[in-house]
Ligand binder design. Structure first.
Ligand code: DQA
Length: 146
């Protein structure tokens, strides 16, 4: 039997990890994060399909396609978290479990980061734990799909 495929989706500016505000987001890169997710996923018997885009429409299309191609979504929507009704609607249409992740603790930051369009439809939310948050999200997803 093939491993359940999980879409690990990173939104705008997360391609700048390592260069962007390292005091907030750390020194490791998106390639490091993807490699870590692949390793963690295979340890858990999952397959991580890691993607990143700066474009809201790409994220919407990939989320829609997850309905046919993935068993779950782990999503760090970056700033679109706080603005995007389109991502919210796409996630509802996808009908697969969603775990929301943020590297930083969005509740300890500016007030405009406190609201998320993703949280009301996520099965869980992890924030403030850096890359470890993705490990925990993959563990929770594996437990949920077991
Ligand atoms: C973020 C938090 C968002 O507020 C911000 O816009 C990001 C990254 C995080 O991972 O901490 O781009 O999603």
């Amino acid at each position: 039997m093939s491993s359940p495929r999980i879409l690990v989706l990173n939104g705008p500016n997360l391609n700048m990890l390592g260069k962007r505000e390292p005091e907030v987001y750390g020194h490791e890169t998106l390639a490091d994060l993807d490699a870590r997710c692949q390793a963690k996923a295979s340890e858990l018997g999952l397959e991580a399909d890691c993607r990143q885009s700066n474009h809201e429409g790409d994220l919407v299309t990939w989320i829609q396609d997850a309905r046919e191609n993935h068993e779950g979504i782990i999503l760090n929507a970056g700033a679109y978290t706080h603005t995007s009704v389109a991502l919210h609607d796409a996630l509802l249409a996808a009908q697969v479990p969603v775990i929301e992740v943020h590297l930083s603790n969005i509740f300890a930051r500016e007030e405009y980061r406190h609201h998320s369009f993703i949280s009301p439809i996520a099965v869980g939310v992890i924030c403030g734990l850096g890359f470890q948050g993705y490990d925990l999200a993959l563990e929770a997803m594996a437990a949920r799909l077991a």
